[in-house]
Design a protein around this ligand. Sequence first.
Ligand SMILES: C[S@@+](CC[C@H](N)C(=O)[O-])C[C@H]1O[C@@H](n2cnc3c(N)ncnc32)[C@H](O)[C@@H]1O
Length: 217
Amino acid sequence: MRFDVLTLFPEMFQGYMTQSILKLALDGGLVEIRLWNIRDWATGKHKSVDDRPFGGGPGMVLMPEPVFAAVEDVQAKAEPGLLVLLTPGGERLTQTVVEDLAKQKRLLLLCGRYEGFDERIRLGLKPREVSIGDFICNGGEVPAMVVIDTVVRYVPGVLGDADSLKEESHNLPGRIEYPQYTRPREFRGMAVPDVLLSGNHPAIARWREEQSRARSK
Ligand SMILES: C[S@@+](CC[C@H](N)C(=O)[O-])C[C@H]1O[C@@H](n2cnc3c(N)ncnc32)[C@H](O)[C@@H]1O
């Protein structure tokens, strides 16, 4: 699966891309991430990508010209992918949306900054608009990382054990995973439930199902 991230701060992704599961997926060629700096498509002496909002108000707004040029050029570099615009006004990123995004072969992730995007970017490029929650981040980079982090789990081979996907919280809508325990058997007076030490797998499965249902309530 290929991600093309369009951002004003590509360096923010360096640490994220060089660690743990994502690093292995990139090294193994299961996932590809290309980073593009929108400023490279800015024209004019100052290479501006933003300007003051018409009608007044605080902050700066991302201008349509460099964003359209960047998206159109990057799209043309491979089989067209789905353009995702990260915005607090978008549809909420749920596990169902993640699963849906993971069906794509290529995602272009458009990260905003400052006061966000000129409305014509939304109207003209017709992206899928995605929000990671009802709060405001400083930019779309962390939300884009959240999209990548959640979607790559569905790329075959990325998770060591494909069963990890099945039993996670939210795999069924509104469902929370059962409690997990590891060593030691007792810690500060808190003991691991006997059933998990019993070796009785049907009983363990029943206990986990009950716990999961109770937690989800
Ligand atoms: C400071 S925010 C702009 C917020 C915008 N003025 C508003 O009220 O909707 C800058 C950028 O961060 C990103 N962003 C912030 N919060 C986000 C969220 N919850 N989900 C997705 N993207 C977000 C978007 O790309 C946005 O354009």
